[in-house]
Design a protein around this ligand. Sequence first.
Ligand SMILES: NC(=O)c1ccc[n+]([C@@H]2O[C@H](COP(=O)([O-])OP(=O)(O)OC[C@H]3O[C@@H](n4cnc5c(N)ncnc54)[C@H](OP(=O)(O)O)[C@@H]3O)[C@@H](O)[C@H]2O)c1
Length: 316
Amino acid sequence: MRAVHIPTVGDQPQLGELSKPTVIEGTVLVRVKAAGLNPIDNAITAGLVAQMGVPHEYPLVLGRDAAGIVEAVGADVDNIAVGDEVIGHVLLAPPVSAGTLAEYVLLPLAAVTHKPAELDFAAAAALPLAGGAAVACVEAIDPRPGQTVLVNGASGGVGSFAVQLLAARGARVVATGAPTDVDRLTALGAALVVDFTAGRVAEQVLAAHPDGVDALVNLAGFAPDAVPAAAVRAGGIIASTTVLPDQADLDAASLTGVSVMAAPTRGVIAPLAEQAAAGDLEIAVASVLPLERAIDGLAGLAAGSATGKVVVTLDD
Ligand SMILES: NC(=O)c1ccc[n+]([C@@H]2O[C@H](COP(=O)([O-])OP(=O)(O)OC[C@H]3O[C@@H](n4cnc5c(N)ncnc54)[C@H](OP(=O)(O)O)[C@@H]3O)[C@@H](O)[C@H]2O)c1
């Protein structure tokens, strides 16, 4: 099968032929129709799993999210059948080796759910990790209706879901985005969009909310001082998928910090898919590429030129 993979440690990703996986207990073999790209795919190329000490094997196929058609099921699988259209996620479980940027992928049964007919394969493949991360962030801050929540990095894949989920919970959402993102973020439910390219986010937010926001969902920045924690009032909470301020700084500002790790299992993916199918959650697919251009898509994601989810589709 064709797969975008890292042949061995230190190599760059390439599209090449690998053997088709064989189904085993607890898994579902899926013919991939679409695979969603995520920043973690680039992080894995840069050595993330090795740095985390997670056992992994080469060739290592990139891609975590997929939608496709079931080709075979493990002997113990009784809720998914051959021919079913499904959405799934390759959990970061050892040994990390399988990926969805391939003609076939073995998905763990725990992270597979039926694809609602209303969702096309591309939209479905954009959902699991970004949607799951957004759910985890919202659960971590658990906002009450009327509270104000800043979403830093709102214009990206996770942020586009987080803005919608927070607005649906009755929060007033302050979102960050470039000027070209304002209309889209407003349509998703943001009450105010702050231009992160025009100056410090915390200062801009405090200008509109002098007492500070109640909570921050942080989805951007890789250094503690890049987190706009100063925008959050004393007693507030920060949930971050990237980094948190140092604990001493959180304590000094009377803030709680929660490091979020998404777990896009069936129990998370299925309700999101149902909400999207019902028209209550928009899946913002920014671009759709063929497998031959998946590596370009990953480069665009790393360069920040994507304006939503990038999805790779595969022909029959
Ligand atoms: N811990 C977990 O379980 C988990 C799960 C999913 C994602 N993540 C991480 O969460 C982060 C967001 O993921 P994603 O999929 O949403 O990535 P993404 O689609 O690349 O979105 C990131 C967004 O942040 C914007 N941005 C860049 N610099 C910014 C700044 N200084 N201030 C505010 N916004 C800025 C980008 O805008 P431009 O494109 O205009 O630059 C982009 O829209 C990534 O670091 C990812 O690795 C973690």
